[in-house]
Design a protein around this ligand. Structure first.
Ligand SMILES: [Zn+2]
Length: 189
């Protein structure tokens, strides 16, 4: 539980941390309006965009990890499904209208309170371009993936799982927990 000052999103009072009745862990509880400000993991949703056997990657033009390659992904928004969020992020980061084929990898990262969910997605045509978030957008042959320049461990893990499934000739759903060996964590995606 973070110890920095937090304020109630409903009324602005400084919250206290206490275990509410019926709960089992400390929460941010407002002493004024009694609102409980729950703090739960965030979902990052994205795609592995495939065009004619190649994978589309974006070079990040935003922090963190500016200059490193990533799969298009970002925080899921309210009022959207995981797959529509993944397709929205793909459009925002590479200008591509992708089609989700299947959910492919779901990676929990407990140290930073995030879950990363990637869909295998098809690009009907090679329509992509740089965007505000991506300084380069490029299709990579699987032998040419820039492993040393990938932005996040979940991207590396998802692409490795994808290559393994390509070799097998069948695509599964992969649920994993990833421990990261560096702190402070990359809190924003
Ligand atoms: Zn309040």
């Amino acid at each position: 539980m973070t110890q920095e000052k937090r304020f109630c999103p409903k009324c602005g009072s400084q919250v206290n941390f206490s275990i509410p009745a019926g709960d089992n862990r400390p929460r941010a509880v407002c002493p004024n309006c009694h609102h409980i400000d729950y703090d739960n993991p965030r979902l990052i949703t994205g795609t592995i965009p495939i065009y004619q056997g190649k994978v589309l990657l974006c070079r990040r033009d935003i922090e963190p990890r500016r200059g490193y390659w990533t799969l298009p992904a970002g925080f899921m928004e309210n009022q959207e499904s995981t797959s529509t969020g993944a397709l929205r992020e793909t459009l925002e980061e590479c200008g591509s209208q992708a089609i989700c084929r299947q959910a492919f990898s779901m990676i929990s990262i407990p140290q930073i309170d995030q879950v990363h969910l990637f869909y295998l997605a098809d690009l009907p045509k090679a329509d992509f371009h740089t965007t505000e978030e991506s300084s380069e957008v490029e299709l990579f042959e699987l032998d040419d993936i820039p492993w040393k320049e990938l932005a996040f461990n979940s991207i590396t893990r998802t692409l490795k799982l994808y290559l393994e499934d390509v070799k097998k000739g069948s695509f599964g759903f992969h649920e994993e927990t990833l421990m990261i060996d560096f702190l402070p964590p990359l809190k924003t995606f």
